[in-house]
Write a protein that binds this ligand. Sequence first.
Ligand SMILES: [Zn+2]
Length: 263
Amino acid sequence: MNIIIPYRREKSMKVIFHPRFYEVYTSDPAAAAGRMESIAKALEKDFEFVEPGPASERDLERVHGRSHIQDVKRDSLVYEIGCLSAGGAILAAEMAFEDQPSFGLIRPPGHHASPHSCWGFCYFNNIAIAIKKLISEEKIRSALILDFDLHFGDGTSNTFSSSPPVSYFHPEATRREGFLEEVQRSLQTERPYDLIAVSAGFDRHEEDWGGLLKTEDYFTIGKWAKEASLQHCRGRRFGVLEGGYNHLVLGRNVRSFLQGLSD
Ligand SMILES: [Zn+2]
């Protein structure tokens, strides 16, 4: 007797998302109406969505000073969504630690948030908060952060400048081939790492502010990050959204990256 097993689409990569990320919490391009919709629409058929809870104040304090947290708190909407965004990064990191690759489809972004200040549409450093939590719980000792956003993640770099077990790489070559070579080199670092975290900003796309990368390049970068994680850290990998502002191409660029990063 033949047993017919119905085809089931494999949904290996989890997308961490909260409906409150649709809210327009301020007037910058990261908070623009329609931005998250354009990405969610491109991902919903292929990936399972998981809702995060907010980061706690204790989670924020592993990266940020109390006065910075109080400053952000003055705008309660920004604070609430900022905590959910950091919570999304934490959940993505925890899933990665449990061998479940994941992507935090979150906003506000975080890589320009330093311990005591922030700028560039960022408030709390999502990826740094997530990594610090795993380190403080002794789940991991080291991490590699690859940031392919158009802009240097000064907040992430400042957070980990005195923590050598966490390496931060931001490729900056101005030509496409050179940029991709830099990405590849950063993943082949000699330093051991227990997890790969990707600050995924899509503003370097040819139809976005940076005018450089093609949509398929995000697949390539995702695939390299996956391969490096399988080689160096048991496949533990996650990404979080940073920049990317052209709503017409953003969804397909994020999908391309996730297809590469996925199994
Ligand atoms: Zn950017």
